[in-house]
Design a protein around this ligand. Structure first.
Ligand SMILES: [Zn+2]
Length: 384
């Protein structure tokens, strides 16, 4: 299964957030007054969150006393004050991922809230918005269908990040307990088998309908081990196997939604890791089909050859970028080698790669940082 970003793979809500991301990626503010603020309070322990808020407060005081000047300075400080005020108000009880993007001189104020599984708490001020955390948040919300079943009973749920919703009770439960009728045991057993088959058939039809309705590509099954051997061939026959991210042992049909969410996410995380691992293995096996590393990936993005992009461990990677002509270089520079300008700054390589990828038709995979650290820096599958 491919967990990348593509308009066809997300719901209408994600499509809306995706178009916000694409539009934010086009911003370029010459005064470097673009503010990107992220806060996801729940994954952080309270102390860390308090520390981050203190950091925001210090940053605000530093910027407002020693910061940049210029015609848009007042608008900028107003934006920053507003962002920090909202940041401080963000309830520690709210588990949702929140981001604010502000650039007063270009009349941009964009707030995004998602039920994402991404931990991020930061405030950045630059010529561009910082968008990698938003992309990770969007991808962590890609919906998947969770089916909990045991003999004759099933629950269908849709999971989107931290949200889980019971869709419907698809079928009336069937009583599979054998009734004692002397002389008819073979007949009863055969009848039960038929009823079980019919139940699984109806369940699969329901699953297909729900997945189509929710534009969902991923399926997770929770059931007892003995039932899985019965279900698996039926899913294969219905051509659903490719959508199955995995299954887990269901100890009780009445499992709570919280427990179901946790089990389901563990299955999805493993499936995504398998995908990333396979991608990196292909890079090693067929190096001619891939670009590897910041320099090569950026060059191939500019020549339009990138088909798929996998962001890896880019935490320490930076590039020099000219504010005047947008020329970039891997090495640190004080003057631009293309236009000779002095407005050259070090920017995160991940953000430059992302901006270039978002401006073209590239499928992007952005694993969360803990997963990305297991693999290489960055790799791209090439078109030809
Ligand atoms: Zn330049």
């Amino acid at each position: 299964m491919s967990p990348g970003i593509a308009a066809t793979a997300v719901t209408s809500h994600e499509t809306e957030t995706l178009s916000t991301l694409l539009s934010l990626a086009t911003l370029r503010d010459p005064n470097a007054h673009a503010i990107s603020y992220y806060c996801s309070s729940e994954p952080f322990p309270d102390k860390t969150h308090t520390h981050k808020l203190t950091t925001l407060d210090h940053l605000l005081r530093r910027v407002t006393t020693d910061g940049p000047t210029g015609p848009d300075y007042l608008t900028f400080t107003n934006d920053l004050t507003h962002v920090v005020t909202l940041g401080e108000k963000t309830s520690l009880n709210s588990p949702r991922f929140r981001a604010i993007f502000a650039c007063g001189s270009q009349d941009i104020w964009q707030e995004v809230t998602l039920p994402a599984l991404v931990s991020e708490c930061s405030l950045e001020i630059d010529r561009f918005f910082r968008l990698a955390p938003l992309l990770r948040a969007i991808q962590s919300c890609e919906p998947h269908c969770l089916v909990l079943t045991e003999h004759g009973k099933a629950r269908i749920l849709m999971v989107r990040g931290q949200e889980i919703e019971e869709i419907e009770t698809p079928l009336p439960p069937i009583d599979f307990r054998p009734k004692s009728v002397p002389g008819f045991s073979h007949h009863i057993e055969g009848n039960l088998r038929e009823r079980s088959k019919a139940f699984i058939h109806d369940l699969i039809v329901k699953i297909q309908h729900v997945m189509q309705e929710h534009n969902c590509k991923h399926l997770v099954i929770g059931c007892r081990k003995d039932l899985w051997s019965e279900l698996s061939p039926q899913f294969h026959k219905a051509k659903l196997s490719a959508m199955i991210a995995g299954h887990f042992h269901l100890p009780s049909f009445e499992i709570s939604r919280g427990e179901a969410l946790s089990e389901s996410h563990a299955v999805m995380a493993k499936d995504r890791e398998r995908f990333y691992k396979t991608f990196w293995e292909k890079v090693q096996e067929e190096p001619r089909q891939f670009a590897l590393g910041v320099n090569s990936v950026l060059n191939h993005l500019e020549s339009g050859r990138v088909l798929q992009l996998l962001l890896g461990n880019l935490v320490e990677a930076h590039v020099s970028e000219c504010a005047d002509c947008q020329a970039w270089a891997i090495e640190e520079r004080t003057l631009c080698s293309t236009c000779g300008g002095a407005r050259v700054a070090r920017v995160p390589a991940e953000e430059l790669i992302l901006r270039k990828a978002l401006s073209t038709d590239v499928e992007i995979f952005a694993p969360e940082q803990a997963t990305a650290k297991q693999f290489g820096q960055v790799a791209a599958l090439l078109r030809y």
